[in-house]
Design a protein around this ligand. Sequence first.
Ligand SMILES: [Zn+2]
Length: 131
Amino acid sequence: MPKFSKTSETRLSTCHPDLQAVCRELIKQYDFTVLCGHRGKAEQNAAFDAGNSRLIYPQSKHNAKPSLALDIAPSPIDWGNLYRFREMLHRFDALARLMRERGEIESEFEYGADWESFKDYPHVEIKTKEN
Ligand SMILES: [Zn+2]
């Protein structure tokens, strides 16, 4: 059974409990890495400058505490294989639905892979009233 590395675990621990809950179930059936949870001001603006985020601090859901967004990637990471990202997100979403039905989580999620203007394949965020 796959499990999180220490680094993934540390990043995941900065995230909203519902994001953590789905990831802790998903890792039992699918090996993936947590690339990023909470981002502080310097990290967010660096991500913006690098073109990895459209938003400056504190507009990203990564800037909330706990973080309302996280970035994940299938292990081992292959940025050229977007099919694997879609597969991972499909599994994440199926699990999230099941856990909502069971009352284990309340959140609904939005996926950066579904965005039209800025495809952000690793990005998962909690839907809030603004979106
Ligand atoms: Zn993200």
